[in-house]
Each structure stands twice: as structure tokens, then as C-alpha cells.
Design a protein around this ligand. Structure first.
Ligand code: PMV
Length: 339
């Protein structure tokens, strides 16, 4: 056993195209999902582990953050049977995000992915085994479901899916080889409509899919949409890509609006932006579409060759719908990296 271990990893956020909404057991998804891995929106985490009884400290941008501790404590408890060696170490965790903390962009995916990368890096040092990316994704899932899609590959699929060999409810699998060149450097501009805390957390939202009147139909639909979307990703069929991606975003929010209790995370400006995107697409034929996560912010997805015209659209029409005119320019990325 080593006296101490140190490492530093960065991991990106991801944006789901077919959405994960609903779970059972210990972080098992009710339906399969697929996401694009992002690049600019990342968490950078360094961990120093020293021999001693297990506990940890957590600092965010150099400042102690006791409010982050319960989530990390739960994470260590969940992973301890898979990584028993952690019980012999005290962990000093230092973390920071490349995107503003109060941007309304959830950092749970990138932060749990970065921490899991550090843990697996230590495990590889201790055992002499090569880095195990499936286990890294497995551990990240135990921290936050969608985090398992932030480790490796430009597109990652999570959840058992009949049309995908090797798919698993336990970890995400790299689907980069699917991507037609049209998706190379694919852009995601995130329009920050609301930077505040969500009124309903994802955990509560997932739970509301239990006994939801439309749950069964929704879960079946996700399987079908995934099959169709995979074909579109392979063929470079942007028309189908847009149709499925936008429908998935609206379906996610439709599930929220038809839960009991019901809730709405979109804001009036979210709808205004969607209408502007639809009008722009109709008038220009630029293949830009939107997706939403569990919040009011709008992700605009489009091929990089259209960056200039989309920039103009944002500048002329969309920035005014964003809080303090803020938006983040991101694009497809490859996953976690050691720093
Ligand atoms: O990983 P969680 O529990 O934060 O859930 C994420 C849910 C969505 O972002 C709405 C969809 C998804 O697949 O990422």
C-alpha cells in the first residue's frame, strides 16, 4: 500500500440527445440514453490521498465547501464495495469548474466524472492494472446517473438497448465510431436563460416517473428514438437528427408537466428562443436545432460550418433572452483527460 497518492483530472459535461428521465434500483436508468460529450464546460479535480482512516475534505476554487460533502460522502459509501482500498485513505479533494458556478449548468456530471477518473487512476497505480474506463463510468454513475456519459468518447450511450451491442445499464459506452463527419466539431452554444437553482431537482424529477401515467410509453419511445437517432448519426442525416433531438427535449419537459405534482422548468424566454430558432431554420435552411436539459437554458446544436450565421442570430436576436446576455460557446469533445 502506498503512503500517499496524488492525481489531477478534468472531465466535461455532456448534453443528452435521447434523454434519461426515470430510474430504479441504485442509479439504474429506466430507458437508454445517448449524449454528445462537451469540451469547454469541464470540472478540474485534483485529489491527494494519504494513508489513514477514510474521510475527505472538499474545496471548491480553494475554499472549503461543507455543503458539497453529503453528495461526496454518499458517493464514497456507494463505491466502497467496488473499491475497498478507499477505506484506507483520507482524500483531500480540490475542484473547480471552467464554467461559472451559478450559470444554471449542472456540474454534477462533470464533477462526478472527474472524481471517478481520479479514483480509478489511484486504483490503477495501486493494482498495476491499466485504466479501466468502464469501471470509471460505473463509479461515476453511482455519483450522478448522467455522469457515466462524461468519461470517454464524443458520443456515449448508457442503458440496455437491443440495437446496441455491449450496451449496459451499469456504464456508458463510447459510440464515437458512429459519427458521420458532419458531426465533427459539432457546436453547442448554451443560452443562459436562467442561472438560478432549479425549482425541482433531477432526483425528484426522476422519482416522479414512478407511477407516471405516460411512463411506459415514454420508455418505449426512448428505445425507438435511440435506434432512429443512431442511424441518423451514422448517415449524417441532419433532418432526422433535428426531429428526434427536439422531440426528445420537448418530451422530457412534457413528462415534467404531466407528473404529479406537475412542474415547469422552462421560462417564457426559453419558448421565445425556440420560436426564433424555428423561424431562422425555416428562413435560412441552416440545420440548427435546440435541446434542453432539466432547466430553462437552451442548447443550440449545429455543424461548425454554420458558426458565423448562428453567431449573428445569437447576437441580433437571442442574446436579449439570456440573463445578462450570457451564453457559452461549446462543442463536441472527447471525454476525461489527465492534467
Ligand atoms: O444525472 P441526473 O440525475 O442529473 O439526470 C440528468 C437528466 C437529464 O439531464 C434531464 C437528461 C440526461 O439524460 O442527461
Amino acid at each position: 500500500m502506498k503512503e500517499s497518492l496524488t492525481t489531477k483530472w478534468q472531465a466535461p459535461s455532456n448534453i443528452a440527445l435521447v434523454k434519461y428521465w426515470g430510474k430504479h434500483g441504485v442509479q439504474l436508468p429506466a430507458n437508454p440514453s445517448i449524449s454528445f460529450t462537451l469540451d469547454a464546460c469541464r470540472t478540474i479535480t485534483s485529489v491527494h490521498a494519504r494513508k489513514g482512516s477514510h474521510s475527505f475534505s472538499i474545496r471548491y476554487e480553494g475554499v472549503e465547501k461543507p455543503e458539497f460533502a453529503p453528495k461526496i460522502k454518499a458517493y464514497f459509501e456507494r463505491i466502497s464495495s467496488y473499491c475497498p482500498w478507499i477505506n484506507n485513505y483520507y482524500f483531500e479533494i480540490d475542484t473547480q469548474n471552467t464554467f461559472p458556478h451559478s450559470s444554471g449548468i449542472a456540474s454534477s456530471a462533470s464533477s462526478m466524472a472527474a472524481l471517478s477518473a481520479c479514483v480509478m487512476d489511484f486504483e490503477s497505480t495501486l493494482t498495476g492494472n491499466a485504466l479501466d474506463y468502464h469501471k470509471m463510468s460505473f463509479l461515476a454513475r453511482l455519483g450522478s446517473g448522467s455522469a457515466c456519459r462524461s468519461l470517454q468518447g464524443e458520443a456515449v450511450l448508457w442503458g440496455e438497448h437491443n440495437d446496441t451491442d455491449g450496451s449496459s445499464n451499469l456504464y456508458g459506452i463510447d459510440q464515437s465510431e458512429l459519427l458521420h463527419p458532419v458531426f465533427q466539431h459539432f457546436q453547442d452554444t448554451i443560452l443562459l436563460v436562467d442561472k438560478g437553482e432549479k425549482v425541482v431537482s433531477s432526483t425528484v424529477g426522476h422519482d416522479l416517473m414512478n407511477n407516471h401515467a405516460y411512463a411506459r410509453a415514454r420508455f418505449e419511445q426512448a428505445h425507438e428514438n435511440l435506434t432512429t437517432l443512431k442511424k441518423a448519426l451514422k448517415a449524417g442525416d441532419l433532418k432526422t437528427f433535428i426531429k428526434i433531438t427536439e422531440s426528445e427535449a420537448l418530451t422530457l419537459h412534457a413528462m415534467m408537466m404531466t407528473s404529479h405534482p406537475y412542474f415547469i422548468l422552462m421560462k417564457p424566454n426559453t419558448l421565445s428562443i425556440i420560436e426564433e430558432i424555428w423561424a431562422f431554420r425555416k428562413n435560412t435552411d441552416v440545420p440548427v436545432c435546440f435541446t434542453l436539459d432539466a432547466g430553462a437554458n437552451v442548447h443550440m446544436l449545429y455543424p461548425s460550418e454554420h458558426k458565423m450565421s448562428v453567431d449573428q442570430l445569437i447576437h441580433n436576436k437571442l442574446a436579449k433572452y439570456c440573463q445578462n446576455s450570457h451564453y457559452i460557446c461549446d462543442q463536441i469533445g472527447t471525454g476525461a483527460k489527465k492534467c
